[in-house]
Design a protein around this ligand. Structure first.
Ligand SMILES: Cc1ncc(COP(=O)(O)O)c(C=O)c1O
Ligand SMILES: [Zn+2]
Length: 392
């Protein structure tokens, strides 16, 4: 169907600008070792991506705007119903914070209970198209569960390396969906090293955060949806719990593509990264005016998904925060825990610790004047509290 052809053109390095063919396997830039992004023929995509045409579409998953997604052949576009999650107005919490327009994009309603479904759906789909049978990744847990789900669905194999203190239920999810699970004595960076070694030895395709070019495209759909759900406008502020940062940089990429397509104007939300006090490399680099973030020593937090000492896409995260006139803020574990209970009680939504960090950030940003009462603010509720039963 003409409407649904991907307009993918090439891969381009976000750091040195070197170009690569889109339809062959690539990880990081072969020249400088930084992150590659898929680039689309947006003039061609424009022919079919009008607001009127999009409104008629009945596809409510990450393949909705397929012209700007990377998979060419329809048979590889697998789906477990990820994406098109609701944006819920938090009236009760907004009232307490003195905010009139506070919203939560509830990513806990994704098939594996977190926004990780989106990125792994895209990466597995594109991997299948490129002939991959075995995928490998390090994960704090949620991404591993999503990889396990999509590989099970597609009859492929997953090899997942996870810190041994990851939430027990998420480890069960990974195992029961058939992935090979290796527990690692150390943090996500140690898991990353082990996954890399095993991948190279066995010729498995690595889908480690931003170390291949397609997970970011799945995460990009959060930005595409936000624009469409708000009738092709964007909020004033987006608050996002940041680990590897795929979501924040994916949305930033989405907004640029949507503007080139003529679907939105040039106004951008202020992007806000939230990290735990015990692991805040992006917050430190933002405050110090650094282009790259130094690794955080002795990282600790019970919010495992944002306990990421070092992110390969640090420069992309920092760029989106600065270009958007956003900010970065750290929050304590005890505050996160309280916020989980507060939201559950006030709004009837149970979210996971990473997501609850955005609530603490909101309160602090009201106090310091960064947020004003009329701001339209979207918190990213990246995962359901039901995936972390031991945290309650
Ligand atoms: C629930 C949850 N929220 C946020 C994050 C951080 O996501 P990102 O890597 O896009 O910064 C993670 C990563 O594991 C996560 O599991
Ligand atoms: Zn490069």
């Amino acid at each position: 169907m003409k409407n649904y052809d991907s307009c993918i053109k090439k891969l381009v390095c976000t750091h040195c600008g070197k170009e690569f063919f889109a339809n062959e396997k690539h990880g990081l830039c072969g020249s400088c070792g930084k992150v590659l992004y898929p680039i689309y023929d947006l003039e061609k995509a424009k022919e079919t991506l009008s607001k009127k045409e999009i409104q008629k579409r009945k596809v409510y998953n990450i393949w909705r705007l397929n012209e700007i997604m990377p998979v060419n052949e329809a048979k590889y576009r697998i789906s477990l119903g990820e994406g098109w999650t609701p944006i819920i107005k938090l009236n009760n919490m907004g009232r307490v914070f003195g905010l009139k327009n506070l919203y939560l994009k509830d990513e806990g309603q994704n098939p594996t209970g977190t926004f990780k479904s989106r990125g792994l759906c895209a990466a597995v789909a594109k991997g299948l198209e490129l002939g991959v049978t075995d995928f490998v990744m390090p994960s704090a847990g949620n991404a591993g569960a999503a990889l396990a789900a999509y590989t099970a669905h597609a009859n492929a194999k997953a090899h997942v390396f996870v810190p041994k203190d990851a939430p027990e239920f998420i480890l069960k999810e990974i195992k029961h969906m058939g992935a090979e699970l290796t527990l690692v004595d150390g943090l996500i960076n140690v898991a990353g090293q082990k996954a890399k070694e095993a991948g190279l030895k066995n010729n498995w395709f690595s889908v480690s955060t931003l170390k291949e070019p397609y997970r970011v495209e799945g995460k990009k759909t959060m930005g595409l949806e936000l624009a469409e759900q708000f009738d092709w406008t964007l909020p004033d502020v987006i608050i996002y719990p940041t680990g590897g940062g795929t979501g924040i940089v994916g949305m930033w990429k989405a907004f640029e593509e949507l503007e080139t397509l003529g679907l939105i104007g040039n106004k951008r939300p202020k992007m806000v990264s939230v990290q735990p006090s015990g692991c805040q490399p992006i917050v430190r680099a933002f405050k110090d005016g650094e282009k790259f973030a130094k690794p955080w020593e002795n990282a600790h937090s019970f919010a495992g998904g944002i306990r990421v000492p070092s992110a390969i896409g640090d420069y992309l995260i920092l760029q989106s925060l600065r270009e958007s006139k956003g900010t970065a803020i750290a929050v304590d574990d005890s505050e996160i825990k309280k916020a989980m209970y507060d939201l559950a009680k006030m709004e009837g939504i149970m979210i996971c610790p990473e997501a609850a960090a955005t609530i603490v950030a909101t309160e602090k940003l009201v106090e310091n004047g960064f947020l004003v009462p009329s701001d339209k603010i979207v918190l990213f509720g990246t995962g359901s509290g039901l995936t972390t039963p031991n945290d309650w």
